[in-house]
Design a protein around this ligand. Structure first.
Ligand SMILES: [Zn+2]
Length: 227
């Protein structure tokens, strides 16, 4: 039976964004994170401007990354970051309910990928305090050393930078491998700013954690051991 006017699907005012647009915009919004880390870790001269630009980018990033999460969350898989082909999107995907700092959020995942994401968030929620300490304590120390150094104080900036790289490298590797030991929990409780997980997808982000983390462990340990 041909569709009647009342049962025909509603035509949307604008065509849905392409997969390249959804993924490309996420990548673009991810880039401030390595830029901030570069400004803090390499701290190009003048130091005070590196520090100021890094802090401004770090604090301002959420104001563009949060709207991206709301826009891209229903369109791409939270786990692998792919955009499911349109006609089959509803049938081949699942919804993973999240409890984020900003309230509940329904994340779309490919069929089967919701369990991987739920497993990852179960681990980071259970280990949230060691993970927070492993990231924010070295960050606070590095920011304090950068501020003191910019003010002209004699502080061990190189050693503090190496310690930052070593501890953050260990922490992100613990998260990237440790989640394999956890069981999926739904709804998934997200103890860190949720928008950062939507920019690449969790699985690609974990490969960044593993590879950059191992590089940082090597650099940090070598620097601290005087190599
Ligand atoms: Zn997926």
């Amino acid at each position: 039976m041909p569709p009647t006017a009342s049962s025909a699907p509603l035509r949307s005012a604008s065509p849905p964004p392409s997969a390249a647009a959804v993924i490309g915009l996420g990548l673009l919004l991810f880039l401030p994170i390595p830029v901030v880390l570069y400004l803090f870790v390499v701290h190009p001269s003048p130091l005070v401007w590196s520090l100021a630009a890094g802090v401004a980018l770090m604090l301002g990033h959420r104001f563009v990354a949060r709207p991206y999460m709301r826009w891209a969350g229903p369109r791409r898989c939270l786990w692998c970051g792919r955009v499911p082909p349109r006609p089959r999107a509803e049938a081949k995907t699942e919804i993973l309910p999240l409890e984020t700092g900003g309230g509940p959020f329904e994340a779309r995942c490919c069929a089967g990928h919701g369990a991987s994401a739920a497993r990852f968030f179960a681990f980071v929620y259970a280990a949230r305090w060691p993970l927070r300490l492993g990231i924010f304590l070295p960050l606070l120390l590095l920011l304090a050393a950068l501020a003191a150094s910019a003010a002209g104080a004699a502080v061990p900036l190189a050693a503090t930078t190496d310690l930052f790289r070593l501890l953050v490298g260990i922490t992100v590797n613990a998260a990237a491998w440790g989640y394999l030991t956890a069981r999926p929990v739904r709804p998934a409780r997200v103890p860190f700013p949720a928008h950062n997980f939507f920019l690449l997808g969790v699985a690609p982000l974990l490969w960044v954690f593993r590879l950059v983390g191992i590089w940082w462990i090597w650099l940090g340990a070598r620097g601290l051991l005087g190599g």
